[in-house]
Design a protein. Sequence first.
Length: 285
Amino acid sequence: MTNIIQKMKDWVSLLPPLGVTNILEIIILSVFVYECLLWIKNTRAWQLLKGLLVVAAFTAFAAIFQMTTIMWLIERLSTATIIAAIVIFQPELRRALEQLGSKNYFVRLFPEQEDGSSSQNTINEIAKAVFAMARVKTGALIVLQQKQSLKEIEDTGIRVDGIVSSALLINTFEKNTPLHDGAVIIEGDRMISATCYLPLSNAEISKDYGTRHRAALGISEVTDAITIVVSEETGRVSLAEKGHLIRVPDQDALRDVLPTKMIEKTEPVKEKNIPRRILKNKGGM
């Protein structure tokens, strides 16, 4: 037993000294690797990773059996392959950088600013308008700004700057009217812009979803905004947040969800706070 303990001490003595800086580096690298793996899992880069593993296995096989010609080709093509991968996955890389810039890593170090939360009356008006349009299958796309500014998106549309009401929303999305096409941006209790263009998501989604749903997913992937979609084909209502679509079955359910998301913004909303009747339809039309 004494010999074992002595050997363990000898092995430990061979390790370099571990200081505060080393511990900090380990934590930073761990977080970085975790975020990279999470990004790879949620994008097409997962397919790229599997392809790279196949190439790595083939390269190891060629190296073990000293296949010089194949190794020479791999060395010449490696640089071109890296450049090609960057070009092919440019949208995913850009989205990853946008998400990195949108995260509030230092939010706890500074006093929280006012974020233009919507009042309960505004939430009621939105819910009333959404399901009034759903009943007659009027397509709608309503973006609710959170802490992250949507100024760039607002500038793509027509300035409205009006107090939110169900009548205003219904008239805005009425077919064959000048403002019905595109999305409206709501900040607090005011509708800022209409006919706004949203970035489209490249995610693989059901064919039951249309362009509005892809646009709602797109803005939710690059910002913290919450988007409500009314399907023109089916009249169904969905909510997009953080790259996920949630089916909203009725007006009461929408009112239950929106106050949690639009008023209590100090902590991210967890799925357990969302009504179970909504969660069971998550990801479906």
